[in-house]
Unconditional design. Sequence first.
Length: 123
Amino acid sequence: MGETLQSSAARLEEMRGDDRRCSTFAGKLRERCLREKVANSNDIPRLLREDGTPREILAIEAYIVAQRFSTLPEPERSALALFYLDLFSAEQIASLLELSLEDLAEALGRARAQLHAALHAEA
């Protein structure tokens, strides 16, 4: 992320508007992540607690969710990440990912279902 910001810093200053800067940076970061994507792994551990009792999230649980999230296919992974960041409107996310609003909605639905299945899969 640091390298992406550093390489984009000069160009970000030239852009008008915070929305445009955020969109450009998110796009550059996404491109870099796609280039450096680590191969999917089947040996990611499962969540340790599944009893539904509200408790503090453990660091290992956050790590497991991040690992499972990283295995989602594109554009589902990027759509869900941008949606959860709550920095962009649905229209901006669709534009960033070059999707129609309908396709974005479908991608978000698939991503949520896939993430849920990955986190609750039998060991």
